[in-house]
Design a binder for this molecule. Structure first.
Ligand code: GDP
Length: 291
């Protein structure tokens, strides 16, 4: 999917999400576990405002589990409940309902106190492209699509999906834009497949990946490419990887484009094991990157 965000698109996306927000009791904000901050919309707090929210840290299977735990604690420190999930395999989904009821307990208790019979909780999913919104909806759907909105004359009726007895989910998610004007965020979005490589230079993306791996996961970098050490000179590093993996041109010269492509694909395909890229906030700047 090509993502080209322009101010007009952003304004429209925001308007659509804001409209849908009026229909729900709680928002499930989906983020990518490898980049829980970089995969968030920069204006999410402003958009959601006072609405109850649960952050779902998706693709937890691809992220460093120790870091994911830290991320849950980080969001909870900010007063937002968060749950790691794997929408692809359906891991952690049962918890969503339980935690949702906890978050909404006060509101529901107040309704009951006023004599209002509790109805199903209404929820919607929001998130940037590729974060797993459709996968999650499909996982939750089973065969429970409630076609309630097909009223003649209503062109864009909202449909609700029944999730268990106590919850209804809007069948279309709210799509928000990531913040990729920040170069580092851009690289992280590209490495996790949230934005197309063509938006950035592939060699730059691969260089960022190598620097990151060297700083945080050097053992995994060495083991993936059979290196006994990581050469200080980055050109030598590419050459060593290229020779090991055979990304060569005629005459045995290392093809830098092919090597860059290989590195980026290896990151995306979890060949270095599960990785978390957003570490700056967690480490609070006390990790010195090697230059
Ligand atoms: P959307 O654009 O937010 O609706 O994202 P999709 O639901 O289309 O998912 C994007 C890609 O991520 C698809 O290839 C999914 O199979 C994959 N995906 C979604 N959730 C998970 C997950 O928890 N783990 C893994 N490994 N892949 C996932």
């Amino acid at each position: 999917m090509t993502i080209q965000w322009f101010p007009g698109h952003m304004a429209k996306a925001r308007r659509q999400v804001t409209e849908k927000l009026k229909l729900v009791d709680i928002v499930f904000e989906l983020v990518d576990a490898r980049i829980p901050i970089s995969s968030r919309n920069p204006m999410i707090d402003e958009i959601i405002q006072q609405k109850s929210r649960l952050i779902l840290i998706n693709k937890a299977d691809m992220a460093d589990p120790v870091r994911t735990k830290q991320w849950v604690a980080y969001f909870e420190n900010q007063g937002i409940r968060a749950l790691p999930i794997n929408a692809d395999k359906g891991v952690g989904l049962k918890e969503i309902q339980r935690v949702t009821m906890e978050i909404l307990k006060e509101k529901w208790d107040r309704m009951i106190a006023k004599g209002i019979r509790p109805r199903a909780v209404r929820a919607m999913i929001v998130g940037i492209p590729n974060v797993g919104k459709s996968t999650l909806i499909n996982r939750l759907v089973k065969k429970n699509i409630a076609k309630t909105g097909n009223t003649p004359g209503v062109t864009k009726a909202q449909q609700w999906i029944k999730v268990g007895k106590e919850m209804e989910l809007l069948d279309t998610p709210g799509i928000l834009w990531p913040k990729f004007e920040d170069q580092q965020v851009g690289y992280r979005l590209a490495l996790t497949g949230a934005i197309k490589d063509t938006l950035l230079n592939l060699q730059d993306i691969s260089m960022y990946a190598l620097k990151f791996l060297e700083a945080y996961y050097p053992e995994r970098l060495m083991s993936r490419y059979d290196l006994t050490e990581i050469p200080e000179d980055v050109v030598e590093l590419y050459e060593a990887i290229g020779r090991r993996r055979g990304t060569l041109m005629a005459g045995g010269v290392v093809d830098f484009d092919k090597t860059a492509d290989l590195i980026v694909r290896d990151v995306r395909n979890v060949q270095f094991g599960p990785l978390t890229f957003d570490l700056d906030v967690l480490d609070d700047g006390d990790h010195e990157e090697k230059e």
